[in-house]
Design a protein around this ligand. Structure first.
Ligand code: FES
Ligand code: FES
Length: 178
């Protein structure tokens, strides 16, 4: 299937590139079209469909992943642009034994999402925020997550969830109520 796709690309004059990615700590080399987006590579070539695609033009944030620790919209990047990078997707948040990341536990506690289509992008943005600022204020959380869109919740429960994560990650194991 992939071979057919690449052959068609080459016969149409397109370029094929080898891209060395590390995804969630594992080497993930791929041979893809030079024009192929990182989001498509993650979902279709690497097989990690947790990264969602909403708008596919940089507006909704559903496709957010971490690239060398920084949040980025994978629909706006070509895989070839991030050759050699370390990518973290939503599948990489939990521990190998399945223990959820504190932000995932907090969102469950807060009932942060409804349909959860937006969840992967929000969670990756929140992880980046908390790595940079372990004790953000509510307004800082709102500001940092303003680039992620949700069509269901009205955002309050998502911000509540991040606040619970902040408390958990700063020593309050219960997270307290929101
Ligand atoms: S799918 Fe990438 S920003 Fe919407
Ligand atoms: S929970 Fe449905 S889009 Fe956010």
């Amino acid at each position: 299937m992939t071979a057919d796709r690449l052959a068609a690309e080459e016969s149409a004059g397109g370029s094929i590139v080898d891209v060395a990615l590390t995804v969630n700590g594992r080497s993930a080399p791929v041979r893809v079209e030079a024009r192929r987006t990182l989001s498509d590579v993650l979902r279709e070539d690497v097989g990690l469909t947790g990264t969602h695609l909403g708008c596919e033009h940089g507006v909704c944030g559903a496709c957010t992943v971490l690239i060398d620790g920084q949040p980025a919209r994978s629909c706006l990047l070509l895989a070839a642009q991030v050759d050699g990078a370390e990518i973290t997707t939503i599948e990489g948040l939990a521990e190998p034994d399945g223990t959820l990341h504190p932000i995932q536990q907090a969102m469950m506690q807060a009932h942060g999402f409804q349909c959860a289509f937006c969840a992967p992008g929000f969670l990756m943005s929140a992880v980046a925020l908390l790595a940079d600022n372990p004790q953000p204020t509510r307004s800082e959380i709102r500001e940092e997550l303003a680039g992620n869109l949700c069509r269901c919740t009205g955002y309050q429960s998502i911000v509540d969830g991040v606040e619970i994560a902040v408390r958990r990650m700063n020593g309050d194991s219960s997270g307290g109520s929101s």
